[in-house]
Design a protein around this ligand. Sequence first.
Ligand code: CP
Ligand code: NVA
Length: 309
Amino acid sequence: MQKKDLISIKDWTEEEIKHLFYTAAKIKGYQKTNLKFHPLEGKTLGMMFAKASTRTRVSFEVGMYQLGGYPLYLDIKANLQVARGESIEDTAKVLSGYLDGIMIRTYNHDDVVKLAEFGTIPVINGLTDLLHPCQVLTDIFTFMEYRGEAKGATVAFIGDGNNMAHSWLYGAARTGMNLNIVSPKDYQVNKEIYEDAKKIAKDNNCKLSLFEDPKEAVKNVDLIYTDVWASMGQEAEQKKRAKAFAGYKVDRDLLNRADKNALVMHCLPAHRGDEITSDVMDDRKHSAIFDEAENRLHLQKGILYLLMK
Ligand code: CP
Ligand code: NVA
């Protein structure tokens, strides 16, 4: 069945995700061999942003051009009437008459759900306070490029129980990866999402676990993942969080406790020296961080193609 949206990894089956990875790998191949591929000619993607972005904005914008389509940047706060109170429902209906798809980055996850529900065009979640599906799909795709198979591998997520951690719960569960999450006591993942993802994991023979000690969580894992301690919108909590997360830094000592060939990933932007040390970020043997960033382009071209062609 043709999928309409990508709101959460949960909504896509393992087969659909596999098909996305296959499609993205093919499209990446076209790009690397300078083959023109313009399936979205004449189509327009509206890119609605309420938060800052480097990777998401540039990779979606360039991705649309490369697929022959047109990306239209829409600054929610500065230009759109939603910032002045026009409803998401009305906005969804209006934009469905002009555009062929929407990518949205905003705070409230329900706004994205509503946009998809009231609009008739595909909606792609480019990050909410709750989830960041495009990033985690890219991360798993990148892991598979390095290691061939994701199923059965173990990932340790170190740090805030945030949008990245939540999408990792669904991403790991859907693709059969084991996931160890370790966060300070007051910064744990959303319990409902954890329980929900655990049901999917159980059916897929993989395990999602919460740990208390980062050293235990990384023991023998195949991938260490981390993210900033204060996400967009939490800037005022930066100092308080820095204290709470002090023992959650991905450094050489932690990396040495993982499998000797373990990869390290970070969605970026990073605060070097806080959640991850520079020597780990730049470690040529272990860090897949900048390949991961590049793959946002290729993986999302796969999403755009599958949803908008
Ligand atoms: N990882 C990620 O989504 O980066 P941006 O915030 O720069 O888009
Ligand atoms: N957790 C981070 C991810 C940024 C890509 C944030 O929401 O700011």
